[in-house]
Write a protein that binds this ligand. Structure first.
Ligand code: AMP
Length: 395
């Protein structure tokens, strides 16, 4: 038995989950939020109870120390040596990483070189890694890339029709995201299918959302692009649009490109169109109360997802299973219904609407006569990170 920590560092947050491996038993989990502030929030789950403290946390180094102190004080660990490996989520692995890698000088430099492609994320991941390295200098650390699963795409699936010079010099192409989640869902989904030719469409519909087409465990196509801004419409992101929308808004508003990029990421999508909130539940409620902007936003959201499902159906030539996952996909029967109603006729899908009422649990929601199996499968990116970290110490 070995203790392994799954880590997800953002620019002002540090999420962790400590596992007993290989049993995959969660020992504890928590988060430090608002790093860099005097009123940062540290939450840790101990024996099923959430403990929350407000305290100053200057930087990620302090955040890691707080987490480790809590683990020792609460006797979850007798010594930090008990942590045998850490696994760090890394958003952008560029063209370099097809699978998880042990952190070494080369891994570090490559992640660093990719900062221009994911400025907030990759920088924060390295800051987090450095903070852990100080406290656990001899513990192997593994980088687990959101982009790795999508590296099997063909050039015709990942290239953009831009000048070759830009594609090569600036490494501009589709990399996708949520790869760790899609890989997890692909493995579980395939275990529910017979035969040796398995084709699936995986809908990870959370606050960030992406759709992936898979064939026999490999990614064929994915909706997110160079950055997570691409693909389907999301809670606050636009998803794909005519690129001239960017140009036109910039020209007419006089705002700089960075401001508009931030608006497209943080103030668009369901939130921007409805003017309500960045939580899809509020948008649903507003639509139910007759807010027409909210209704149009939800209609467009469902339409965009249905269109991607149609596109990927053609790309795969057939589809055996459609999976719904993440915050909205797992918990909103209504959202699944809006999407499925838009694809069911063309794809000969028959849904058991009673089963579709499921929330947060694995369930087959299609009826036996459906041509495509439709499942709800809760995702678990953290356990995938822990598995890869554990694999590294076993090898
Ligand atoms: P995630 O990014 O996967 O954590 O998903 C967050 C999104 O899931 C938010 O937009 C939430 O509104 C949505 N969500 C979470 N729980 C529910 C729920 N019970 N019903 C509908 N949407 C939910």
């Amino acid at each position: 038995m070995s203790k392994v920590m799954s880590v997800n560092c953002g620019s002002s947050s540090l999420k962790f989950k400590l596992y007993e491996m290989p049993e995959e038993k969660v020992i504890t989990s928590g988060i430090v939020e608002r790093i860099g502030h005097d009123d940062a929030i540290f939450t840790i789950k101990l024996n099923g109870e959430k403990i929350r403290k407000i305290l100053p946390v200057k930087d990620h180094g302090v955040a890691v120390q707080i987490v480790m102190d809590a683990l020792l004080e609460n006797k979850i660990l007798n010594s930090l040596d008990e942590i045998k490996a850490t696994g760090h989520r890394v958003v952008q692995g560029g063209p370099y990483f097809h699978h998880s890698e042990l952190f070494n000088e080369d891994t570090y430099k490559k992640i660093e070189s990719l900062i221009p492609l994911a400025p907030l994320h990759n920088k924060a991941h390295l800051t987090g890694y450095n903070a852990f390295k100080k406290v656990l200098p001899n513990t192997p650390a593994v980088a687990v890339f959101d982009t790795a699963f999508h590296q099997t795409m063909l050039p015709e699936d990942y290239s953009y029709p831009i000048k070759k010079e830009y594609a090569e010099k600036y490494m501009i192409r589709r990399y996708g995201a949520h790869g760790t989640s899609h890989k997890y869902l692909c493995e579980i989904g395939e275990s529910y299918l017979d035969g040796d030719d398995k084709r699936m469409i995986i809908c990870h519909l959370g606050s960030g959302a992406s759709i992936t087409a898979t064939h026999n465990g490999k990614c064929v196509a994915t909706s997110m692009g160079l950055t997570p801004l691409g693909g389907i419409m999301m809670n606050t992101r636009t998803g794909d649009m005519d690129p001239s929308v960017y140009y036109q808004i910039q020209k007419m508003s006089g705002k700089d490109s960075e401001t508009i990029f931030q608006e497209f990421n943080k103030e668009s999508g369901l939130y921007g169109m409805s003017g309500t909130s960045n939580d899809s539940r509020d948008v649903e409620e507003a639509a139910l109360n007759g807010n027409k902007d909210a209704q149009l936003a939800l209609d467009l959201w469902s339409r965009r997802i249905a269109d991607f499902i149609g596109q990927y159906y053609v790309r795969l030539g057939r589809v055996d299973m459609i999976i719904f996952s993440a915050g909205i996909g797992e918990n909103s029967p209504e959202s699944r219904e809006w999407i499925l109603n838009r694809v069911k006729e063309a794809l000969h899908i028959d849904i058991d609407w009673e089963k579709n009422k499921v929330r947060g649990q694995i369930e087959t929601i299609s009826s036996p006569k459906s041509s495509v199996k439709v499942m709800v499968i809760p995702t678990d990116e953290e356990v995938m990170i822990a598995r890869d970290a554990y694999k590294a110490i076993k090898e």
